[in-house]
Design a binder for this molecule. Structure first.
Ligand code: AP5
Length: 220
């Protein structure tokens, strides 16, 4: 199965991708994570990318498209994948179509997570994640079961993202409406879009997504 998770920053794409990954044996392909790995490597591109991310802007389509093209080639994505954070512009959506066509692959579905803007900021400023396995948590809404210990891998090291501030979030949201939201009609017109209410609890949304994916699986 090959799917896209769409939605503004903080809508829960990463949280849900980690759950879908386990249940359906798919690989999460998150461009934000790929870019943060590039930053960690302290490469020249990584240093440029950090400046862009910390301003809340989008990285150039050229860099992102080549990252995706190389990643989808890797064997570990052969069972299927969840795209999280990509595509993020109409140009990227069209490029994805071409990449998949070249590899004889086709997308099954695009799921849009709908959340009111006013809810997003709290999700963003309260987010932290495991430094070892990247599991995503929240200070109030999605805490670790034991304080200071990752539920998944037991690590005691956690990270907060440098772009998870009120100011940078405001820019990210502007960029979302300016460049990313126009891809919603792109997938709607292809008959591939399912939009779900993502204001509810994580488990409620998770079950909704499983319902959608189970019916896709039956059709395949
Ligand atoms: P990226 O890392 O992709 O960030 P994003 O799209 O802004 O999305 P987030 O990771 O902030 O949110 P999410 O929807 O995954 O929410 P999460 O599940 O973590 O991109 C970062 C930057 O990289 C971009 O700004 C850009 O510069 C660059 N970039 C990346 N891809 C690019 C591309 N394709 N093109 C160009 N540039 C690109 O949840 C958030 C919090 O809420 C968590 O704490 C979670 O525990 C909590 N939560 C989740 N669901 C719920 C719920 N239902 N109820 C309560 N709390 C919840």
């Amino acid at each position: 199965m090959k799917l896209i998770l769409l939605g503004p920053p903080g809508s829960g794409k990463g949280t849900q991708a980690q759950k879908i990954e386990q249940k359906y044996n798919l690989k999460q392909l998150a461009t934000g994570d790929l870019l943060r790995d590039e930053i960690k490597s302290e490469s020249k591109i990584g240093r440029e990318v950090k400046k862009i991310i910390d301003r809340g802007e989008l990285v150039s389509d050229k860099i992102i498209i080549s990252l995706i093209e190389n990643s989808i080639d890797k064997k570990k994505f052969s069972t299927g994948f969840i795209l999280d954070g990509f595509p993020r512009s109409v140009c990227q959506a069209k490029a994805l179509d071409k990449i998949l066509q070249k590899k004889n692959l086709a997308l099954d579905i695009a799921i849009e997570l709908l959340v009111e803007d006013k809810k997003l900021i709290n999700r963003i400023v309260g987010r932290f994640s495991c430094a070892n396995c990247s599991a995503v948590y929240h200070d109030f809404d999605n805490k670790t079961k034991k304080e200071g210990i990752c539920d998944k891998c037991g690590s005691r090291d956690f990270l907060r993202r440098s772009d998870d501030t009120k100011e940078v979030f405001a820019e990210r949201l502007k960029e979302y409406y300016r460049l990313t939201a126009p891809i919603i009609p792109y997938y709607k017109d292809k008959g591939m879009l399912k939009s779900i209410n993502a204001m509810e609890s994580i488990s409620y949304i998770e079950n909704n997504i499983y319902g959608i994916l189970d019916s896709v699986k039956k059709q395949n």
